[in-house]
Ligand binder design. Structure first.
Ligand SMILES: Cc1cn([C@H]2C[C@H](O)[C@@H](COP(=O)(O)OP(=O)(O)O)O2)c(=O)[nH]c1=O
Length: 228
């Protein structure tokens, strides 16, 4: 059985992955596209859900503290996305295309700045399911700051980086470094890059994302000159 395509939006903190995945999937619902949250536990296996719930709590609901190192968090993320790919994405792909609002690449883009070698990062995530198509939302970090200032987690401000003070300057530098690495990965892996114009209305962006996804998942027209 050939599975439907697995698509991912990727981008820095606040790029609009969740907002745009939700809206693009609504627009593409007639094509069977479903938005699957990257933080969703398994609905397929009660056993997997029981194990994924504490992982999700640790990753997203335990606050930010420097007590545990990157090594701990990176392995938790790798475990999470391995489970999610196997127990959430794979079952969903049996009923149609799946669009996730972010994957492990954002985290992977930060680790080189924290002393990790490319080989270590590749190895860490080597068992995680790879999207068939990844779309990078390329948004200027100044815009991200305007969107989210005042509601940023320390982790988003660069807590895992090497900054002495966390604030606007650390945020801009940390997000820009990550974005630069995501751009390099996009070029190397053949991702689709959407540069989002400053001030563009989210619904307009969502329609652009949906149009790109429609092209990616719709078979190319018969150009051989033969009638179908
Ligand atoms: C897509 C988009 C989102 N936003 C807002 C909605 C949210 O408050 C915030 C972050 O969006 P969100 O979708 O949560 O980003 P991500 O999942 O990538 O972290 O930005 C805009 O202001 N303009 C936009 O064009």
């Amino acid at each position: 059985m050939s599975l439907a395509p697995f698509l991912a939006l990727e981008g820095p903190d606040g790029a609009g992955k969740t907002t745009l995945a939700t809206r693009a999937a609504e627009i593409l619902a007639p094509l069977g596209v479903r938005h699957v949250n990257r933080r969703q536990v398994s609905t397929n296996s009660a056993y997997a859900a029981t194990l994924m719930e504490p992982l999700a709590r640790m990753l997203w609901h335990s606050g930010d503290a420097p007590d545990l190192s990157d090594g701990f968090w990176a392995h938790l993320q790798a475990a999470w996305f391995t489970a999610h790919g196997e127990q959430v994405v794979a079952p969903a792909l049996t009923s149609g295309p799946v669009l996730v609002d972010g994957w492990y690449f954002k985290l992977a883009s930060r680790l080189p700045g924290q002393g990790w070698h490319a080989d270590e990062i590749d190895h860490l995530f080597s068992r995680v399911r790879r999207p068939d198509h990844t779309i990078l939302l390329d948004v200027d970090p100044e815009v991200l700051w305007e969107r989210k200032a005042g509601r940023l987690r320390d982790a988003e401000l660069g807590m895992h980086g090497t900054y002495t003070d966390l604030g606007r300057a650390s945020f801009l530098d940390y997000q820009q470094q990550g974005l630069n690495r995501l751009r390099a990965t996009a070029a190397a892996e053949g991702w689709h890059v959407m540069t989002i114009p400053v001030g563009e209305d989210p619904d307009t962006t969502a329609h652009c994302v949906a149009a790109l996804i429609r092209d990616l998942i719709t078979p190319a027209p018969n150009t051989s000159g033969e009638r179908p």
